[in-house]
Design a protein around this ligand. Structure first.
Ligand code: IMP
Length: 424
């Protein structure tokens, strides 16, 4: 039995759901350790499609323990509406546990997310407006409300009032915004706390016990490496650590328990929101990939920006996460393009060629991708289940990605369905 992590290696939406789906069906425990309802996982189970935001995908497998760790920020209103709509489809939550240390996203976080983005004007981050950044701000400022507080009304009322009063002062006096109705919100959230109280559980202890019992564990990542608060394209990032080390912090277990770290990438690159994207294609090819790949955000519906595979960023992800292997998804989408390009390095404005992803945007600015070209393919690869069945050009493309990223490709997605995977 093994403890496996699934991590995004680009800017999110790499199709982690597919790897998670496969591994969750074999897991005894599925753990979410960071992020919040900014995530959107599309998971297919028993022929049905589910869009999950906060609930670990193991919930679709009866008997799988689903844990939401201390590193997650929880919007109780959204969580309950996600649970209600899953309940209508027959999903049960007897096996769901939420760590008392996890922080709660309150309505003022959502208001402040919107107001801050508006204030930044053209320099906005392009957040999901789910209050994620402001909730993590409070956590690190040590003034946040935790899940324990939410399910203890007396504690909650006191903490929410003092936090809310300060936030309302900021909303009204700094931004000139409309204050949150504290009385109404506090009672509304006390109600949510009552409904969620049954789910409290120490995720660190539960995970550790599972490790000791030799259970199969899946740590499902949300967002991705290039959105990491430290190792991503700061400030165009999310406010958590969607890298493998973040899993340990966010679930409360040490790194020695981890056996495999799987990184997921697309055979090309996409990004939602703002921020640098060296291989972005603002042309017909970019549009072709967007349309054919159905590149629209699962959480906000925003069209995703598209571009060529960037081996510089994926190699960065291999290093930062200590990846065991890669899953490359959506290779089938590239069918029909005359030429495929892969970015192998960046050329700086002074002509220097670099292979390591620059640590700060100032150094990334002006960098131009250096491409290697491959012939395209026209064959339908969606029914291939073995690597050797792929057209030779596809095999060469993947083999070259392995060399460039310095990581083996263990799985390949060749179509939308969960069976359309080549396992190597
Ligand atoms: P926030 O997480 O809502 O603060 O948004 C910060 C940045 O992360 C924005 O560019 C979002 O589009 C991006 N982001 C957050 N969650 C996801 C995700 O699950 N997939 C892709 N991008 C995301």
């Amino acid at each position: 039995m093994a403890a496996n992590i699934v991590i995004g290696t680009q800017w999110g939406d790499e199709g982690k759901g597919k790897a998670i789906d496969l591994l969750a069906s074999r897991a005894d425990i599925v753990v979410r350790s960071q992020g919040g309802n900014n995530a959107g996982h599309t998971v297919v189970a028993d022929g049905e499609t589910y869009k999950l935001h906060l609930i670990p995908s193991g919930i679709l497998h009866k008997g799988t323990l689903c844990l939401i760790g201390a590193g997650v920020v929880i919007d109780p209103k959204d969580l309950l509406s996600e649970m209600d709509s899953l309940s209508e489809r027959g999903v049960t939550f007897d096996n769901l546990k939420i760590d008392p240390r996890a922080h709660v996203t309150m309505p003022w976080h959502i208001t402040l997310d919107g107001l801050s983005e508006e204030f930044r004007g053209s320099k906005d981050i392009g957040t999901t407006h789910r209050g994620i950044g402001p909730a993590y701000m409070d956590k690190y400022e040590r003034s946040g409300i935790r899940f324990y507080d939410l399910v203890h009304p007396e504690v909650f009322r006191e903490k929410a009032r003092s936090a809310g009063e300060l936030k309302n002062a900021i909303i009204t006096k700094v931004f000139g915004g409309k204050p949150v109705d504290l009385d109404a919100v506090i009672e509304e959230y006390v109600g949510y706390g009552k409904r969620l109280a049954a789910y409290i559980g120490d995720v660190s202890v539960l995970t550790y016990e599972a490790v000791k019992a030799g259970k199969e564990i899946l740590f499902e990542g949300a967002q991705a490496t290039l959105l990491d608060i430290d190792y991503g394209t700061y400030p165009y990032v999310t406010s958590s650590h969607p890298v493998s080390a973040g899993v340990c912090i966010g679930s409360g277990v040490g790194p020695k328990v981890i056996d495999n770290i799987y990184g997921v990438a697309k055979a090309y690159t996409t990004r939602v929101g703002k921020g640098p994207f060296p291989t972005e294609l603002n042309d017909d090819i970019g549009k072709f990939i967007q349309d054919k790949g159905g590149e629209f955000g699962a959480t906000t519906g925003r069209p995703r920006r598209t571009g060529w595979f960037d081996a510089v960023i994926v190699r960065h992800a291999v290093r930062v996460n200590g990846l065991s292997s890669l899953m490359i998804n959506k290779l089938d989408i590239l069918k029909g393009l005359d030429t495929l390009k892969v970015c192998v390095a960046y050329k700086k404005p002074d002509g220097t060629v670099i292979k390591d992803f620059p640590p700060v945007l100032e150094e990334l600015e002006g960098c131009k991708p250096v491409y290697e070209e491959f012939p395209g393919f026209t064959e339908n690869i969606s029914s291939c289940r073995r690597f050797e069945e792929l057209p030779e050009v596809c095999q060469k493309y993947i083999t070259r990605l392995e060399e460039l990223c310095e990581c083996p490709v263990g799985m390949l997605g060749v179509g939308q369905d969960r069976e359309q995977i080549i396992e190597r």
